[in-house]
Design a protein around this ligand. Structure first.
Ligand code: HAM
Length: 415
């Protein structure tokens, strides 16, 4: 029997996995500069949490959630996104009373039973942030600016930021009827699931994967109330004054139900059809609607799998050891093993293969390892307390140096 991973689930192998680490490390560094602290939430939660927050008319909940009844007869779901869990924790752990700034970040795998394709998997990694408790446009602007800085730090370029406002409950009241009328008139062009859900949630049709883009293009646009328009304008002014390029996309509605006012996406044309590196927005009513205090919030999540695709040309080199240690005689193996430890203690990455194999075989492994230098210890070297240094990447002669000078010599060579 041959075992296969499930469709849409994949093994992340080196060197691609190193890109994930690189992006995650950049994220942690940036988050600490902006006062965000890490939250780790469960992978499985009650199904009801996602139905109530992500929304029962969203594709994520209607079609894509891995939900099941557990051994105790509870309806549970594997998290398709992180926001509901963070909001649940915020309420359950009474975090509004913590006296802290309400800024949380998470890095973790999410699960959606979508049709797999390039950049779309059934298990994927998200880096996400939630800023709970700050209603001001400065919070929206800060979170977007932080994201752009993170992408810069990770070396990801060629992205664009798109921005829209979906207004508040008040501005949407009138809009709902206007949009519904438009959709009813165009019912023949809607896909089956949208036909069934427009009365419950007309906005969803504009984000439909089948006919959303065409509908959104032609649909009547939402007129923002004065406070929502002021909020939206202020964010734009703050982004401009921070030199963060963006464009307003009035067709951007996002596929989750909890957004109010600001929504945004970071896109990259280099990703093809799955062009969203990530998305987010403000959700001023969610915490309250889930049973918590009135706590306006804003956040975003980035797909690390997609961000890593934008770095794919940079995979590899960072993972190769700097030095490869080879033992050319039985009596040299002990010293070779000690040298490995000394190199690592001095902060030099070092590796070896199998000291019991022939010199030729160990040198073959050294070449394949990507190391810049091979260190060879044989009978003569042990006798004379020396070691042979052989550059692997450039055409330079090997040299024999005293073991006592090894670290200084290696550090010089690696500079
Ligand atoms: P989302 O737009 O559903 O938002 O997902 C954010 C990002 O996760 C997407 O733009 C994409 O990069 C990545 N992603 C989603 N599904 C897949 C998939 N099947 N395969 C690969 N990558 C995927 C959210 O999840 C919200 N929780 C964001 C948020 C946080 N809003 C406020 N706070």
């Amino acid at each position: 029997m041959t075992l296969h991973s499930l469709r849409g689930f994949r093994d992340l192998l080196p060197p691609e996995s190193s890109l994930f680490t690189r992006i995650e490390t950049a994220a942690r560094e940036i988050f600490s500069l902006y006062g965000y602290r890490e939250i780790r939430i469960p992978t499985i939660e009650s199904k009801e949490l996602f139905v109530k927050s992500t929304g029962d008319t969203t594709d994520i909940v209607e079609k894509e959630m891995y939900a099941f009844t557990d051994q105790g007869g509870r309806e549970v779901a594997v998290r398709p996104e992180g926001t509901p869990g963070v909001v649940r924790a915020y309420i359950e752990q009474n975090l509004s009373q913590s006296g802290k700034n309400g800024k949380y970040y998470y890095i973790g795998n999410m699960f959606r039973a979508e049709r797999p394709q390039a950049g779309r998997y059934r298990e994927f990694t998200q880096i996400g942030v939630e800023y709970i408790g700050n209603p001001s446009p400065y919070a929206d602007a800060e979170t977007i600016i932080m994201w752009v800085k993170l992408l810069e730090k990770a070396g990801i370029g060629g992205i664009s930021v798109e921005l829209n406002s979906l207004g508040c409950a008040e501005c949407r009241k009138n809009y709902r009827e206007i949009l519904l009328n438009y959709l009813r008139l165009n019912i023949a062009t809607l896909c089956e699931p949208c036909r069934n859900r427009i009365e419950r949630n007309p906005l969803r049709a504009l984000d439909c994967k089948t006919d959303g883009p065409v509908l959104a293009e032609k649909a009547p646009k939402l007129a923002l109330c004065a406070p929502c328009a002021e909020h939206f304008n202020k964010i734009q002014a703050l982004l401009r004054s921070s030199d963060v390029p963006f464009s307003v996309n009035l067709n951007l509605v996002r596929g989750l139900d909890y957004y109010t006012r600001t929504v945004f996406e970071v896109k990259s044309a280099a990703l093809g059809s799955q062009d969203a590196v990530g998305g987010g927005g403000r959700y001023d009513d969610l915490v309250k609607s889930m049973g918590g205090p009135q706590a306006p919030a804003v956040g975003w999540a980035m797909g690390v799998d997609r961000a890593a695709m934008l770095l794919s040309d940079k995979a590899g080199a960072a993972m190769d050891p700097a030095v490869f240690v080879v033992s050319a005689a039985d009596e040299a193996a002990g010293t070779a093993f000690k040298v490995l430890g000394e190199l690592r203690a001095a902060g030099v990455s070092a590796d070896f293969s199998n000291f019991e194999l022939s010199l030729k075989s160990q040198m073959r492994s050294a070449d394949r390892s990507g190391a810049a230098i091979a260190l060879i210890l044989g009978e003569d070297e042990i006798k004379n307390a020396t070691c042979t240094v052989k550059p692997l990447k450039e055409k330079a002669d090997q040299r024999t140096i005293p073991l006592a000078e090894l670290l200084t010599e290696i550090q010089k060579l690696l500079q």
